[in-house]
Ligand binder design. Structure first.
Ligand SMILES: [Mn+2]
Length: 156
């Protein structure tokens, strides 16, 4: 599936389309990011997500949604925003300088300028809807508690 998504995404980039992809879950980003990396040097991946998704492998697969940006963390300029959940193993991969945790974002909005300053000219944005507060987005596959990010983003 990852390879098929990779090839299909490349086809549309080649046609000069503005490629937007909707996945049933986050593993769709693995092949998509590969395709953008094929075309853009110094690619930034901006990930909006409650979860770090930095596991090298999960439940016997490197293509699990829990691994969605592991490869990107090795091959692109990955910036993670809204993170509030991860496994301890992911802290060995996570770049604290480029990770904006929800509980810190709620108290200090300088993260926005800081994140923008870290971006290159070519930015691929991936949004996991569980980054939003449950009150806005209640039916995600792996909901994460703590409502700070949604509250701050939407000024509730
Ligand atoms: Mn998530």
């Amino acid at each position: 599936m990852v390879d098929a998504v990779h090839q299909a995404t490349k086809r549309y980039i080649k046609k000069n389309k503005f490629v937007t992809i909707f996945g049933g879950e986050h593993s769709i980003s693995i092949g998509t990011i590969r395709a953008f990396r094929d075309y853009y040097t110094s690619l930034t991946v901006l990930q909006l997500d409650a979860h770090a998704d930095l596991r090298k492998e999960y439940q016997g697969s490197k293509c699990n949604h829990a691994c969605a940006v592991y490869e990107a963390s090795r091959t692109t300029n990955l910036i993670q925003v809204g993170i509030r959940s991860m496994d301890v193993i992911e802290t060995t991969v996570l770049d604290k300088e480029k990770t904006y945790f929800a509980h810190e974002m709620a108290l200090d909005d300088t993260w926005m300028d800081s994140a923008i300053d870290q971006m290159t000219d070519n930015v691929f944005i991936t949004i996991d809807l569980d980054v939003f507060d449950h009150s806005i987005m209640p039916s995600t596959g792996t909901p994460s508690q703590e409502a700070y990010f949604g509250m701050k983003l939407w000024n509730f």
